[in-house]
Design a protein around this ligand. Structure first.
Ligand SMILES: [Zn+2]
Length: 331
């Protein structure tokens, strides 16, 4: 990796940072049996046909996360790796329903994540935000109940809501009520849209949910009028190149629309999504697009600057990071 440029990571599922070694050690700590004898055997299972097949393994492995310590260790391991790849600020997703649905109390999830995130600036030099994601393939009633249960952490630990999991057949508009409540509670609003789903889902997320950022959004490129709007309104898109290839949204990295998105003037950022499953962290994604898409220093600098612009940091912090990006020596 070349000297990693300072960057913000805006599309990162903490559950997707579970490395095989940690999964096995947490399974042992919690007295659980996984059907994999070694980290290598488990890593070999990380081959997916599509989003659904990835999610099956993803939810299966999540079962090793049980206690507050497990969530703290998970987040701490991510922050250490991210920091080593130039991440200075991370806006981290978590999926409470994936844990409460299997009997893990929300207090354990948020206690552990809170402990890791609170110390992150001191320990890793990474500032953080936490974004609660609703599972779009679960009923809206479950999202509403989750939202209410998480209220005690709003504004302190939780600063935004998002929408994730299997996209096709689950358009954003169904979640309007819970997004309206989140807006009233002063939370930031984001949603996955246009990953596997059509460009119409992106428009719906903007117009019905009122989101401030679109997670993924690559299929927006199929609709020139939507692209023009996203450029005009400078709606950030949190693109995840290695994820798109691993989940077969894009055949090969060399075919990825990222250069065309930059060329169009979109406020596009590069992120890792579920790095332990998709072959790399934020810096690895930057390296991959440099190598495979021929992006030069000017484009990498622009992607890094975009990541801070698109973040929920206060303006003075953005300005400080933008200065660092402008002065960065790629070595
Ligand atoms: Zn995602």
């Amino acid at each position: 990796m070349i000297n990693p440029v300072p960057k913000a990571e805006l599309h990162l599922h903490i559950e997707g940072t579970l490395e095989p070694e940690l999964a096995l050690s947490l399974a042992a700590r919690n007295g659980l049996a996984l059907p994999y004898a070694s980290a290598d055997e488990l890593r070999a299972a990380y081959e997916f046909a599509d989003l659904r097949s990835f999610l099956n393994l993803y939810y299966r492995l999540m079962e090793v996360l049980r206690t507050e310590d497990d969530f703290a260790d998970l987040a701490d391991a991510y922050l250490e790796r991210a920091a080593a790849q130039g991440v200075r600020h991370a806006e981290i997703f978590f999926d409470p329903q994936a844990h409460t649905g299997r009997g893990v109390p929300l207090e354990a999830v948020l206690g552990g994540l809170g402990r890791a995130l609170t110390g992150a600036a001191g320990r890793h030099g990474v500032t953080t935000r936490l974004i609660l994601c609703f599972l779009r393939d679960e009923p809206v009633s479950s999202a509403l109940a989750t939202f209410e249960a998480a209220r005690p952490w709003f504004g302190t630990l939780i600063t935004g809501v998002g929408l994730d999991s299997a996209e096709v057949g689950h358009p954003p508009a169904a979640f309007r009520a819970v997004y309206d409540l989140a807006r009233d509670a002063g939370l930031h609003l984001v949603a996955h849209a246009g990953e596997e789903g059509p460009p119409e889902y992106v428009t719906e997320a903007l117009d019905v949910l009122g989101v401030q950022r679109i997670d993924h959004g690559i299929r927006s490129m199929e609709d020139p009028a939507l692209v023009a709007r996203l450029v005009r309104e400078q709606v950030p898109l949190t693109v995840c190149p290695l994820s798109n290839v691993r989940l077969r949204c894009v055949e090969r990295l060399a075919d990825h629309p990222l250069p065309a998105m930059l060329e169009a003037g979109l406020l596009v950022t590069v992120n890792s999504d579920d790095p332990s499953y998709f072959g790399g962290y934020a810096g690895d994604n930057f390296d991959a697009v440099r190598r495979e898409l021929g992006l030069g220093e000017a484009e990498l600098r622009r992607l890094a600057a975009n990541s801070f612009r698109a973040s929920f940091l206060p303006q003075e912090d953005k300005d400080a990071y933008l200065k660092e990006v402008a002065a960065h020596d790629f070595g």
